[in-house]
Design a protein around this ligand. Structure first.
Ligand code: 3PG
Length: 209
């Protein structure tokens, strides 16, 4: 599947940072029960790779990707763990060149017109816009739609149930991502039903957008 097809599977992608791998499958199941189809597990904890492996094995119907990939080595490890796609917070020439060796659908992050042009140079047409709220939010994406009309974005960073609709209304936004579906306290207390509810409530609001 191409990056754009993967992001087209669902309007919201939960962005998850796993602190305790023993909770990872239950957490993923709760998100799936709420309607999530695609997950991004950030490589920000040492548990992340193991979580990608466990979730991919136990819940094969979910499309599990690895986020916060900062270099080719991390990408290699993520592929070995079973990630179906990769996401990075930014892009530079060294990383973009290294990415060419891999066959994994990849969504690089950009926050400026210059980075976007670099991504285009390397053949990417589906990008993460990060950190969305801090880097200009909806207005920035509206501005990108003029010169870069064929590019589609998945904005993340500062997005929540309160502002997600503004993003999803834009023609150049294919989906949004965020961590608001997996609040730390709910995960620690294993409040899986509440997480499912939060997910289904959020997804419901994206209907007809
Ligand atoms: C990401 O990596 O996409 C962000 O950290 C998610 O941002 P959020 O925590 O503000 O939702």
């Amino acid at each position: 599947m191409k990056a754009r097809e993967i992001l087209g599977l669902s309007k919201i992608i939960p962005v998850i940072t796993i602190e305790d791998v023993s909770l990872s499958v239950d957490l993923a199941k709760a998100l799936m029960d709420g309607g999530a189809k695609v997950l991004e597990i950030t490589l920000r904890t040492k548990e992340a790779l193991k979580a990608i492996e466990s979730i991919s094995k136990e819940l094969p119907e979910l499309v599990v990707g690895a986020g916060t990939i900062l270099n080719a080595h991390q990408l290699e490890l993520a592929i070995k763990a079973g990630a179906k796609f990769g996401i990075s917070p930014g892009l530079n020439t060294i990383f973009a060149t290294a990415l060419k060796k891999f066959n994994l659908p990849f969504i690089p992050g950009i926050a400026s017109a210059g980075e976007l042009m670099l991504a285009l140079e390397f053949g990417f047409d589906t990008l993460k816009f990060f950190p969305a709220q801090a880097a200009g939010g909806v207005n920035m994406l509206k501005s990108f739609s003029g010169p870069f009309k064929d590019i589609k974005f998945c904005p993340t960073g500062g997005i929540s149930i309160d502002n997600m609709k503004e993003y999803l209304k834009l023609d150049n936004v294919i989906c949004i991502g965020g961590s608001w579906l997996t609040p730390k306290e709910l995960v620690l207390r294993k409040e899986w039903q509440k997480i499912s509810q939060l997910t289904s409530q959020s997804l419901k609001l994206t209907k007809n957008l």
